[in-house]
Ligand binder design. Structure first.
Ligand code: TXA
Ligand code: MG
Length: 328
């Protein structure tokens, strides 16, 4: 693994590897990605292979900025342009009509393409170096095996794919859950995956309501993050409201097994069966810690993970969404 402190060299090396058609683990502000040249069919196919990802789940293409959107997209609705102007670089992915002949492999044969401009300084330095080598877009899904918990540190990526993969270390991801995805190929914008940006924030900038997939006609769940079960640790996840969780904890002595608990303000009995991790009280910090907490519970080989249902307000949509799918 490339270590911190060698950043100048390592970014150039990583860019050269990408230009040669290799795969590189890349930090972004949301989660770590598994990057390849979006226009290199063989490299993109290798991502699908090592992730064991079904071929019909397209990859997001990462670009430096709005000026590169026309390379991959043939049309940008005005509301989408407003979203890009305000939220890029950042945790927002837009699905746009794809320019014929570009990003074919990444798009998994669809006539649309997902585009995102990450703000993480290491991914930006990497994309700049790639641009100089003629690589315009980096296809990058989250750097985890299909269906598993997304990685938020370089070590998580090594844990998933082993030491042979080149991984740039950019520290712990500050957002911690994946980007919000908005489908801009329909008449109205549709939120395919909630992320760090709330629906209200997005609607205010788009200047129109952002629909949910259930409200949009003919909106098939093409995003894997929208499958009912996803983001799953090895241990079974149970979501419970505060009262139910408190009851379950009170009767714990009768249970066998080793249980991880992620909750906000409960009285948690000290017990050798229990591994307690506090759920942060604000949604941004909770998002940042969520995937690391799930991985930590797995590393401690707990049998079950009991999680307190997050509050109902929209700021928690991203975290609630990931937890529901982890528990499904
Ligand atoms: O924050 C993120 O978005 C991270 C970082 C690495 O950028 N990436 C990420 O990629 O979460 P991935 O592949 O794990 O999730 C992207 C989702 C997938 O569920 C995929 O099916 C969906 O976006 N997607 C990509 N292109 C699409 C398209 N053209 N139409 C519909 N869904 C698309
Ligand atoms: Mg993913």
């Amino acid at each position: 693994m490339i270590q911190k402190g060698q950043k100048r060299v390592s970014i150039l090396k990583a860019a050269e590897a990408l230009a040669r058609g290799e795969i590189v683990g890349m930090p972004t502000e949301t989660v770590y990605g598994l990057a390849a040249d979006a226009d290199n069919q063989a490299a993109v196919a290798e991502i699908f292979r090592i992730k064991r990802r079904p071929a019909d789940h397209p990859l997001i293409v990462h670009v430096l900025g709005v000026d590169l959107v026309p390379e991959f997209a043939r049309d940008v609705p005005r509301y989408a342009r407003r979203l890009l102007d305000v939220f890029w670089p950042g945790p927002l992915t837009v699905i746009l009509p794809r320019r014929f002949g570009r990003g074919d492999a990444a798009a998994g044969g669809q006539d649309s393409i997902g585009l995102r401009s990450p703000s993480h300084p290491v991914s930006r330095a990497l994309m700049t170096a790639c641009g100089e080598l003629g690589v315009v877009g980096l296809a990058a899904p989250s750097a985890n095996q299909f269906g598993r918990v997304s990685p938020t540190t370089a070590q998580h990526v090594v844990d998933e794919f082993g030491d042979d993969l080149l991984v740039l270390n950019g520290g712990a991801c500050p957002v911690g859950i994946e980007s919000s995805i908005i489908d801009c190929t329909r008449e109205a914008p549709v939120l395919l995956r909630p992320g760090g940006l709330s629906r209200e924030q997005l609607a205010a900038v788009a200047g129109r309501p952002i629909l949910l997939p259930a409200d949009a006609k003919g909106c098939a769940p093409r995003a894997s993050g929208t499958l009912a079960s996803h983001y799953a640790p090895s241990a079974r996840v149970h979501l419970m409201d505060g009262a139910a969780l408190q009851d379950a904890l009170s009767s714990l002595s009768t249970r066998a097994g080793h249980i991880g608990v992620w909750s906000r303000a409960l009285r948690v009995p000290t017990s050798s069966f229990l591994l307690f991790r506090p759920m942060p009280v604000d949604p941004q910090t909770a998002a940042r810690e969520l995937f690391a907490a799930l991985r930590d519970f797995d590393a401690h080989r707990v049998n079950e993970i009991w999680v307190e249902t997050p509050p109902p307000d929209s700021g928690w949509d991203g975290v609630r969404d990931r937890l529901k799918r982890a528990a499904a």
